[in-house]
Design a binder for this molecule. Sequence first.
Ligand code: KIV
Length: 292
Amino acid sequence: MSTTYTVDGATSRATPVPAPMKRVTIPAIRARKAGIAAGTAEPLVMLTAYTVRTAQLLDPHCDLLLVGDSLGQVVYGLASTVPVTLEMMAAHGAAVVRGSHHAVVVIDMPFGSYEASREQAFASAARLMKETGAAAVKLEGGEAMAPTVRFLSERGVPVMGHVGLTPQAVNVLGGYAARGRDEAEAAKIVADATAVADAGAFALVVEGVVEPVAVAITRAVACPTIGIGASAQCDGQVLVAEDMLGLFERTPRFVKRFGDLAAQIDAAVAAYAADVRARAFPGPEQVYAPRG
Ligand code: KIV
């Protein structure tokens, strides 16, 4: 079964939303676990998207689009995801929903918008879903967040969990190094994953863990795991789109570059600048002649 669709070539900036088609659903994502484990269904494909045009381009190829709070670093140049706000997530989430019609759109709950109480989490999740049209939220954390995951799931908010290296906890963790290198930490991460999955998460991002931990989690939980810096044996994979497209010269070890957009943009902008300076742009095709 292929999940790749063709890009709608009629799309332009003037008509940004292609004709709607039925989106992948949360139950369909969850149900893929059994088929993936049995080898009869393909692994899940997820990428981050923050803007309408990126969403349009990624949507035909993805099962899920993640409006990640990594936008704090990628779009806003922030030092971490900690300063990202609900307002930023809502604005970018709405753009991604407008630019997609196939993939499930999942939106990150930013740091400080869900940890204080289950009620705070529900209010933040409801706001994001109402203002963006996203079908689900993602939140970071393990056993401590399991009651919140259950509270939201039982109240109409599909939750994607996120365990292992949780970037919003960078100030507690002291950096972005891979987790689960010693036995106690590995066992804790597996317990975190199991708690969140048992609480009703429909899928689980497993980030930055040593491979045996990712494999153990994938075997232990009933919902699909989506790895990043984890293992090919996860039920799916996610990357930050700008990383895999080659927009950054430096990327983490777990990123594979599938494109070289930084070099292409550099070449295109250099050509534009040269044309402007040589008065070769605009040419006769790009200027308006008077009528008659
Ligand atoms: O914010 C993000 O982009 C993420 C992914 C890296 C999983 O959480």
